[in-house]
Design a protein around this ligand. Structure first.
Ligand SMILES: *Cc1c(COP(=O)(O)O)cnc(C)c1O
Length: 411
């Protein structure tokens, strides 16, 4: 039985031959230029359109890129130069960000389990540490004393709420992320008293939300919490990072997020914010909403086979590169990402097929019983929504298949 797939994002068309165009370039030509499949292509034009849409809606609010969504260096170089800040979450990402020429003054480093060497590298670079615990603050202060560097410290808060209906919950209740709100004022006092540069709060309440109302509620609660904590600490925060959580539609029936409505509500909330936040700047940090839709994963059909009345298209890619599309990256129920036959893009569906990868595991499915134009070995399969949590969030070493290539277009 045919199963539905998610919506193909806007911005992808075909040429007269029916070949998928990415950033105006033919998919087969991009594969030839890269050298082989499997290949991730990221259309920077689509990212720029997202940035422009954010800027038009969120006047005066800083836009940060959460680079864990896509740390590919050429993409980061480009996106990093267009946003107001980059948020990273590991020593490795710090090294990539510095190699990409990201400005350390607008870079912040969150994430649990920062080792002393990571703290030291960030402090030497002048990056703000979003402290995840009291212990981390103490280690940063000690390293600062040893190196003669004044650490720049923000406190990541574990709020008592989370974004309703958010795909991945990272706030509320016992969490390894952030410091419980009740203990934050004392920690801010400690930071200020120790002579460190206090940078403010980082309050992240969830991810992959598609409900504007839920995001508005979370942002309103976040601003109120920041004010409360600042009052209790007796210190005005230079910056409040409101988190992000803007989702994109991956699956059948999901609707794109109405960010303009969120922006209008935030402007109203900030317009009447408490005095303690009067001089505070606000940032929103986004990963998948900025880059998720810009990416296409191209893989070639190696074999076409039938089994018990089902057609399988076996490709040279799979879950080792695009784990999320296989349904194994935190999903409870497997559903289909949008896929297409790239060299017959726009042709109507002719039969049902199941697209699998080349791994010897039944987990390796890119699309299950989807209606596609007939396809044969040599054809290219495009898996959309591959711009965030793709290659860097997948077990590429598993089974030692062909490594994936990556490229940017449209810059
Ligand atoms: C992962 C993460 C993000 C990015 O989430 P998206 O859903 O990709 O927007 C932002 N902030 C923090 C703290 C994160 O851990």
């Amino acid at each position: 039985m045919t199963k539905p797939m998610g919506p193909i994002p806007a911005g992808f068309t075909a040429d007269a031959d029916g070949m998928l165009l990415i950033g105006g370039r033919r998919a087969d030509a991009l594969v030839a230029e890269a050298g082989d499949t499997p290949l991730f292509v990221y259309d920077l034009g689509l990212v720029e359109a997202k940035i422009a849409r954010f800027r038009a809606a969120f006047e005066g609010v800083h836009l940060h890129f959460a680079m864990k969504a896509n740390p590919y260096l050429p993409l980061l170089k480009h996106v990093g130069s267009k946003v107001d800040g980059v948020d990273l979450a590991s020593g490795g990402e710090l090294a990539i960000a510095m190699a990409a020429g990201v400005d350390p003054a607008v870079t912040s480093f969150a994430g649990p389990g920062k080792r002393d060497a990571d703290l030291e590298a960030a402090m030497r670079a002048g990056v703000t540490l979003n402290a995840e615990s009291e212990g981390e603050v103490e280690r940063a202060l000690a390293i600062g004393t040893r190196l003669g560097i004044r650490p720049r410290l923000a406190v990541r808060v574990n709020p008592d709420f989370e974004i309703k209906g958010s795909g991945m919950r990272m706030g509320g209740g016992a969490k390894p992320f952030g410091v419980d709100a009740a203990r934050v004022p004392a920690l801010v006092k400690r930071i200020v008293k120790a002579g460190a540069e206090w940078r403010g709060f980082h309050i992240f309440a969830g991810s992959q939300a598609l409900d504007a109302g839920a995001l508005i509620e979370a942002q309103t609660a976040t601003v109120a919490l920041a004010a409360e904590l600042a009052e209790a600490a007796g210190a005005e925060p230079p910056l409040v990072n409101l988190g992000g959580g803007f989702g994109i539609p991956y699956f059948h029936g999901e609707q794109a997020l109405d960010v303009e409505t969120i922006a209008a509500a935030l402007a109203e909330t900030l317009g009447k914010r408490p005095q303690v936040l009067a001089n505070t700047e606000f940032a929103i940090e986004l990963g998948r909403w900025l880059v998720g839709e810009c990416g296409v994963y191209l893989t070639r059909i190696v074999d076409r086979k039938e089994s018990h009345g089902k057609t399988f298209l076996v490709t040279d890619g799979g879950m080792q590169h695009q784990l999320a599309a296989s349904g194994n990256f935190g999903q409870v129920v497997r559903r289909n990402y949008p896929v297409a036959i790239a060299n017959r893009f726009g042709a109507g569906p002719e039969s049902d097929a199941t697209v699998v990868g080349c791994l010897c595991t039944p987990l390796d499915r890119l699309a299950d019983d989807v209606a596609l134009p007939d396809a044969r070995p040599g054809d290219l399969v495009a898996v959309f929504l591959a711009g965030a949590y793709g290659l860097s969030a997948s077990p590429q070493a598993f089974l030692a298949q062909q490594p994936a290539r990556e490229m940017v277009v449209g810059a």
